[in-house]
Ligand binder design. Structure first.
Ligand code: FMN
Ligand code: ADP
Length: 221
């Protein structure tokens, strides 16, 4: 896989430069499959017809890939992001063809979880602005005997030393083990609510207890 870093130099490439320098010069493309509405190059001036014409001239094939639609809606990355942001997690999963998931390693937190009576594994995530936020019913993969179900909070934890980078914290149901360092994949299956600021730990604890009950009900446990 080749990942192009989208910086100012890359963004200023003209459509002709993109074709000649990157596709033809660097990648030596033979067959190109793109959406027929694909636009590229500075000012989005390049399109499918331009690629086809360049391919005929430089000797590569260009084929169109049809949009995948679901009930008339294009299964685009924007549609997925919009659904996640709106808390329509099940709809996002239908568009993606799989549940939306975030992966990361379990790191040490502030030890507040055990004071609350709910251990919460802190998962380090790379996203600075994740497309979804709130409290969710999740399925966690990566531990022996799994997948495990749990209640997760993805947000800024306003009730206890608020953080500036988003945190993903998961309480696993019927589970007790030290899992620091484990690499987990958290699949978001259903949104329960938005993150809230609680006046004290007692109120936060009561809410987490009711979230855990809601997760059990969701999974019919
Ligand atoms: C199901 C669940 C829901 C949570 N909801 C909130 C919330 O609405 N607001 C909040 O500030 N923190 C919420 N938390 C985060 C807790 O504040 C956090 O897990 C706790 O402070 C433990 O932190 P620690 O793992 O760093 O010790 C939630 C945690 C879980 C597991
Ligand atoms: N049911 C559980 N769900 C999540 N983590 C658990 C569970 N039981 C034990 N743990 C362990 O407890 C840790 C979280 O405990 P917590 O008191 O919230 O600690 P931290 O200081 O890491 O925030 C997890 O990283 C994991 O190793």
């Amino acid at each position: 896989m080749h990942v192009c870093h989208f910086n100012a130099a890359f963004a200023s490439l003209t459509a002709a430069d993109f074709i000649e320098r990157i596709l033809f010069g660097a990648l030596r493309v033979r067959l190109l499959i793109v959406g027929d509405d694909f636009r590229f190059g500075a000012g989005r001036s390049g399109d499918f017809a331009l690629l086809r014409a360049a391919g005929a001239r430089l000797g590569f094939r260009v084929e169109a890939m049809e949009s995948v639609t679901l009930d008339g809606e294009r299964a685009s990355s924007s549609a997925v992001r919009d659904a996640l942001q709106a808390g329509r997690i099940e709809h996002a999963a239908r568009l993606l063809g799989r549940p939306y998931a975030i992966d990361g390693r379990v790191v040490r937190g502030d030890g507040i979880g055990r004071q609350l009576g709910f251990h919460t594994a802190n998962i380090r995530i790379k996203h600075e602005r994740p497309p979804l936020r709130g409290v969710f019913a999740v399925e966690v993969r990566g531990l022996p005997g799994g997948p495990h179900r749990g209640a997760a909070n993805l947000g800024y934890r306003p009730s206890a030393n608020q953080v500036t980078r988003p945190l993903l914290e998961v309480h696993l149901l019927d589970f007790s083990a030290d899992i620091y360092g484990a690499h987990l994949s958290v699949r978001f299956l259903h949104k329960l609510r938005d993150e809230m600021k609680f006046p004290d730990f007692a109120a936060l604890r009561a809410q987490i207890a009711s979230d855990v009950a809601a997760v059990k009900a969701h999974f019919q446990l």
